[in-house]
Design a binder for this molecule. Sequence first.
Ligand code: FAD
Ligand code: E0Q
Length: 471
Amino acid sequence: MVPDMARQSITLIGGGLVGALLAMQLAQRGFAVDVFEKRPDPRHAGFLGGRSINLALAERGLQALRIAGLAEDVLQRAVMMRGRMVHDRDGNSGMQRYGVDDSEVIWSVSRGALNILLLDAAEAAGVTLHFGQSLIAADFEHQRVRLADADGSERDLAVNLLIGADGAGSALRAAMNAYSALGERVESLGHSYKELEIPPAGELPAALQQLGGGRDQYALEPHALHIWPRGGYMCIALPNTEGSFTVTLFLPTRGTGPSFSALPDSAAAAAFFSEQFPGLLPLLPRFSEDYDNNPVGTLSTLYLDRWHLDGRALLIGDAAHAIVPFHGQGMNCGFEDTVELANLMAAAPDDSADVFAEFQRMRQPNADAIATMAIENYIEMRDSVADPHYLAKRELGALLAQRLPRHYMARYRLVSFTHVPYAYALERGRAQDALLEQLLRHASRVADIDLDAAAALFESSLPPLPILRHG
Ligand code: FAD
Ligand code: E0Q
């Protein structure tokens, strides 16, 4: 690059997970990047009032972090999860492995710690961060935005390229949509969530401290994502490095059965928990405070016809395609977005209209596919993980995966442990599922199935999988 050549300048709205990682990569590729983030600097202010919230990082997100040179740092602060531990009403639990071995695991990471790491990395790469700066309006005719600081005082700023990584409730999206309709559609799931916390075992009554099998300081098996599926609702728990777990209750927002509106306070909710989650409640010593103080979050899927306003403004991450969290892929998908966009921008730095259009062309079919799979995984999680037919399919799938690694790979594994496009995983998963159903129609027990015939059916019906192994 010519040293004194003016670098394209980019104004990024939102310094969350996707914004920070995108900013870093754009700076690495020579762009001048300013990030405006609504919240105060988490490195000084303390993150989210000190609540620890975590999320699952899988291969797609990890690959983006590798490309940015951050994977090692992140994994150092992550807890490995080998599978889901399913807890039934009677207090029995069983582990369902996610992959075939320990090369196929996912990672529980602290959202706050990850955000801080990404902000530090962005700054080190040359990004200028502005905290306590909320986008409140955009004038696309004159390429100006209006920002408000924490006291509400406002200022105008001239911008060149605008990118919105400001999350599901994106203010930039609202401004774009008001200027030129984006074809926005929000499908509410009708379910909401609330976070609770299982403290380290040492903080629980002595009688409960062996529940994790005496493992370290954890009250439950640390290397698992715990699920308490109950049909219309469920709880999950992900491990934190400090020995605690963050529990998330997913429940209908309103309705006559159990719902957040029917359980408005911790007194009502405690009675519900002691009936439906009797093994979990004793692990939640701060149940009442957590339930009464922590907010209820809503869950929906966002679809847009357009992610960009010609070459002037683009949406990325949740701002463009928020999904329900039941596959643990929202951040992973957003991280994949950042690599794609940074590469396209670097290849054609002066053609933002083409780059933004190409970005949407490449990513939207995949965002749509993971949106569909995330909703399907909810049904699977809350209803089926304990269902005999589902378990039989899993068992048959595992046998076929061993026997036919080039012709069968569970959809979960395609999504979580490979880089094949999400749209391919959805399509391949449908085709494989149809064959499994066909085989199980004639034999309800896996032991009754002729595996040679089953293998022949898969080989003759489906093309081989692409080369899947990552490095
Ligand atoms: P966000 O993380 O929402 O960041 C947006 C940023 O923009 C924030 O910092 C916000 O303060 C800022 N901002 C907002 N408005 C403005 C404004 N007007 N001006 C300036 N800044 C603004 N994904 C996974 O991959 N794995 C999981 O296990 C997982 N679990 C989840 C569990 C739950 C309960 C939920 C709700 C989501 C989960 N997700 C998970 C999804 C994941 O949280 C999101 O996909 C991810 O956070 C998207 O990142 P983002 O940067 O696009 O948006
Ligand atoms: C994962 C990892 C919030 C959340 C995050 C997740 C998962 C689930 C259920 C939920 C899906 C699974 N899953 O276990 O199949 O793999 O991230 Cl609810």
